[in-house]
Design a protein. Structure first.
Ligand code: HEC
Ligand code: HEC
Length: 259
């Protein structure tokens, strides 16, 4: 009998005897080859689009680590996969993955711990200087300093993979954190306001424009209110020299404060 079946038996017995104590879960390290193959299948269909096919990170963090920030042990890891991480972009999978599938996926995720992360080409110290001289702090906070139009970058290296960080710089309209939806509003008298939607209810929409000013617009005064799925207030830095981009990505990837 494999480890997973023992665990399921333990869970089933618990129902019969109505024991409320937590049942021992088989160790993820004990997963069989076929459990890992199943886990890989789930990972590639459900997780890879955010965490990368090799777990190296994307819009979600790299999972090529033995220690997770949000999970102290095996049970915590399975729990993250089932319940997600509330208040973050990490979604729950309790509806789409059975308990067994979540355990197998977790076992596959554990197998990334032995992967050697690919070293980044840039230099983080030079990247910090590029950050200062390019005016990024006008819109971004790092460790409490900077402007607030864009997201706080203090822990960005623990949240996004390097490929995604690079894309945020060269194609900001493609890599969009969900809280930064752009909308444009045109009043009946023809005044256009474009900005990040910071709030909305039945009667009003609240926008922050490129200068950081807030606009509270009454919907009944508007002729048009449109989402711009490809709109962004972040300028593209695709024209920076390739070496400066490498340095900047290395710097951003090194920012792990507060996470
Ligand atoms: C929509 C994108 C998305 C999908 C899909 C997704 N994740 Fe995540 N995941 C994230 C993000 C973003 C975080 C970081 C949350 C934070 O710390 O703010 C995260 C965090 C995690 C963590 C915690 C890492 C740590 O260091 O604590 C684990 C483990 C994880 N995800 C595994 C998975 C698995 C396994 C799947 C598929 C079953 C999956 N994720 C699907 C975006 C995603
Ligand atoms: C004029 C304001 C502005 C400037 C200047 C700016 N950004 Fe941004 N940045 C934003 C906004 C707004 C977003 C939110 C995403 C979007 O709208 O595309 C963002 C998003 C990002 C993201 C993605 C964050 C995430 O959670 O995925 C990174 C990384 C980033 N910026 C880095 C930089 C760096 C590095 C510079 C300087 C080279 C810079 N930004 C300059 C406004 C700015």
């Amino acid at each position: 009998m494999n480890a997973m079946r023992q665990w399921l038996c333990a869970v089933a017995c618990a129902c019969v005897t109505s024991t409320s104590a937590a049942q021992p879960m088989p160790e993820l390290a004990g997963a069989s080859e076929s459990d890992l193959a199943e886990g890989r299948r789930y990972f590639e269909s459900q997780c890879a689009w955010c965490h990368g096919t090799d777990g190296g990170g994307g819009s979600g963090p790299s999972l090529q680590r033995a220690r997770m920030r949000h999970a102290a042990d095996d049970r915590g890891l399975v729990q993250i996969i089932r319940a997600g991480i509330p208040g973050t972009e990490m979604p729950p999978f309790a509806l789409s993955l059975t308990d067994r599938a979540a355990w197998q996926t977790a076992a596959y995720v554990r197998s990334f711990a032995s992967a050697k992360p690919v070293p980044l080409p840039g230099d983080p110290e030079r990247g910090a200087r590029v950050y200062e001289t390019t005016g990024c702090a006008q819109c971004h906070v790092i460790a409490g300093k900077g402007g607030t139009l864009g997201p706080d970058l203090t822990g960005i290296g623990a949240l996004r993979g390097p490929a995604h960080l690079r894309e945020s710089l060269t194609k900001p309209e493609a890599a969009h954190p969900p809280a930064y939806l752009m909308v444009s509003a045109v009043t009946r008298s023809g005044v256009l306001t474009r900005g990040i939607r910071v709030g909305e209810d039945v009667f009003f929409v609240l926008l922050r424009d490129a200068q950081g000013a807030l606009h509270s617009l009454e919907k009944k005064t508007l002729a048009r209110l449109e989402r711009e799925p490809n709109g962004t207030l972040m300028p593209s830095y695709a024209q920076l020299p390739a070496a400066s981009l490498d340095d900047l990505v290395a710097y951003l990837a090194s920012l792990r404060g507060g996470r």
